[in-house]
Design a protein around this ligand. Sequence first.
Ligand code: GLA
Length: 381
Amino acid sequence: MDTNLIQKVSESFAKSFSSEPVLIFSPGRINIIGEHTDYNAGFVFPAAIDKGIVAAIQKAEGSVSTATAIDMDETIQFDTDNLDTSNLSGWASYVVGVVAETQKLGKTVGNFDIVFGGNIPDGAGMSSSAALENSVVFGINELFGLGLTKYEMILISQAAEHNYVGVKCGIMDQYASMFGIENSALLLDCRTAKAEPFAIDFKDYQLLLFNTNVKHKLSDSAYNDRRAVCEKTAELLGIDALRDATEVDLEKVKDQLSAEDFQKVVYVVQENNRAQAAAVAMKEGDLVELGQLIYGSHNGLQHQYKVSCEELDFLVDLAKENSDILGARMMGGGFGGCTINLIKKTAVEEFKKTAVTTYTEKFGHACSPYEVALSDGTHKI
Ligand code: GLA
């Protein structure tokens, strides 16, 4: 955990308020494999990381709540007794959205003051949004003794994103951020919400991320469009979710889908299989196989699901030229953000240099390497 960030948030809180706040760390996440499978009730393989949101929160005295995002240098005020959700935008949608969704469950949320900051760059595909949502719901649960389970909390976070941010996301990000386990990744079955923890020790290899530092427009609507295609296809097949379909099943509805949409649903079925195959490869310690599955995932995201972009493809292609990298792919929703690479430890420093230099030459701005540690989920500090 980043002690500088904790100090920064605490100091900022102390400037405006005199009491001792509850301090919360809520992590972002990575995902080894299983992309766009969560809202198809399939498998994902995320892990919480040591980067995320630190929030300082206390009960407010009067009838005004104050929320401050120190990274943006912005403050908003609202009254939880009279919540106005009509003009929300940016980070305020997450904070107020979480309060609104908590109230929908009949819970009484008093006014509170929250100051938060983070160390995940916006749009990096490491889920700073889930980290923020979880920090707020965890904080108000703590302050007002709402008695919410962790699972209820992540459903609130997800609903806030659906209803106030407008992204019909799955449960992966909120789950990983809340339930993360130090040094472990979670093979999460998104239908049952049961996860199997895998202690991560890649021996001579490690995970390395590169942020493309781009976030292309329209990513939210493209996300929702793809989810709609998946749901429509499940309906045509008379099943609950694509998790229940095989490639043979998909052939039955092929003529009712455009060629592009057919490729998208094939991708989902294949990716769900890859996520489960990755679990087997990890149990057997077969990193070469795991790497191949990771490259396969990117190939599908690029050519079938079509959620990649030039910058991500460039970094994955660069990885493919390097025999010390076993696998690489885009991570998260897509259209920008990070790639995740399974790379030999001894090759890390050299590849960081090569990637930053060649990427900068090509795109006129740098990409940023990140080494992350796998951490526990949302908790009090
Ligand atoms: C975003 C969403 C997740 C998931 C990924 C793609 O991060 O929030 O629910 O769908 O995209 O795997």
